[in-house]
Design a protein around this ligand. Sequence first.
Ligand code: ATP
Ligand code: MG
Length: 424
Amino acid sequence: MAKIQAIRGMNDILPDQTPVWQYVESTVRKVLGQYGYQEIRMPVVEQTELFKRSIGEVTDIVEKEMYTFDDRNGDSLTLRPEGTAGCVRAAEEHGLLFNQTRRLWYTGPMFRHERPQKGRYRQFHQIGVECFGMAGPDIDAELLILTSRLWAALGLAGHTRLEINSIGTSDARKVYRQALVDYLGQYRDQLDDDSKRRLSTNPLRILDSKDAGTRKVLEGAPSLDNFLDQASLEHFDQLKALLDAAGVTYTVNPALVRGLDYYGKTVFEWITDSLGAQGTVCAGGRYDGLVEQLGGKATDAVGFAMGLERLILLLETLDLVPEHVNNQADVYVTAMGDKVIAPAMAIAEELRNALPGKVVVAHCGGGSFKSQMKKADRSGARYAVILGENELASGNVGLKPLRDDEPQQEVARVELAQLLVNRL
Ligand code: ATP
Ligand code: MG
């Protein structure tokens, strides 16, 4: 019978890949913890209406990328394409936003029906951060300082660059949108098909176009920064000053607009030049209008999401995964013969008591000395503990260093744990 395979663009993350995932996740978790952010966990499925109302009807995500289906009751549900909408829904539903500030984060799979390629999948994973109830540029700056710290912790400082922009209030964008449409309308023939379509649906997204002809036309287009309202300009100036003071370097990219409707004022992207076209590893901005748009009380908000697949790809491409991450075992306890299985297990337990931060693998499944030593070596362990009937009778064990050229030594079983505590 034909075997059933995984869905295109939805990846299994295999045992030899999970260590680097855990490394990235735990590093992010640690950094977010340092700043006092709290984790929130939302369902992966929400009512379709939630995404339509937040992300926007004429965005790429809602127009063509959502996994939407009717459930058995006939309700239209959607696998979440991003986390912000669900986070706002949950926070609002449980009264987390009323007269208080919140710093939240979440992680998990997101789903978009895109063309799978390197760095772009149909099920992918994000870590998202959302802050509520803070209007000033201070919290925008904090998010960027926090991400800088994260890049440093992962060894990525210098491999990611920050682009920021202000896209103003929705009123300011409305005026700009008209000016842009008036200008681009004169060069309609020279635009690519997507941009032609967007002229009437989502003209700001044309600024993002990669098409050479469209880019040429855009060179003469009116610039959004000339249309910004005073409050947005001041907010942006203050943000820049805070980033300067904190030593976070950035460039202002006036064409940076982001693909989701709910953004306003500050937007930003962390980009790497080492992954080709899929170079944005983290993206976000302010969305002061979204909570109200979803039926809540007006609440200032800012957040970002980073793509874990791209981050991991970047670490691997640059060979920045620390060696210890892939070394799963520290000690491998062998058991040569049926009579020593129980004592070998007892020794492994003693070692786990003495070395709570280390990985002690006990051999199971029998086999010859040679095959057990091969497994010990492949486990990545630094030491093999060798236990056979002779050792058992003498009260000793063999201790064999696996990573350096030292000889095997006989060690009294009662001294083994302390010896390994000193060496590991
Ligand atoms: P892009 O322009 O690359 O399509 P986007 O603007 O659609 O990105 P966001 O919705 O802002 O992306 O998502 C935030 C981050 O999530 C991205 O910067 C990226 O790292 C990651 N991401 C988005 N879509 C995918 C995908 N299909 N596969 C893998 N990672 C993704
Ligand atoms: Mg996209």
